[in-house]
Design a protein around this ligand. Sequence first.
Ligand SMILES: [Fe+2]
Length: 147
Amino acid sequence: MPSLLEWSDDLVTGNEYIDSQHRMLLLLARKLELAYEKGVEHRVVVGLCLELKKFTDFHFLSEENVMREVGYPGFEQHAKAHSHLLFELDVWIQKVNRGTEPPTALLRMVASWLMGHMSGDDRRLAEYILVSPTKAVAQGEYGLYLR
Ligand SMILES: [Fe+2]
């Protein structure tokens, strides 16, 4: 089955800090997809769902911090989109945990949300960071740490 979660250069926002976390996010979702395809036991699948949720939570906080650092004018709308996905993720993880939905249903929701968000809201944020007069706190260090 072709993956819903393939990383592609079309998803690059141009901000290394954001892109490196997006790659990890897709890797964790892909890991869940592979685990399901391989028929690993339910508790492992649930563990991977929680890993994906924790990293998503971390990543959203990370992006929101960058938005605060640079004084991003689209903060409210962008952060609202994040809260919405976190809520949806919780609902879907409960369904997977109870066995009422397969992880593939959760992944379809996550994949379509993420692809749209990365190439829309996140790209707009990355473009703003490029022209913003205020730089993100560690912007000059990215090249050294994010390889
Ligand atoms: Fe975002």
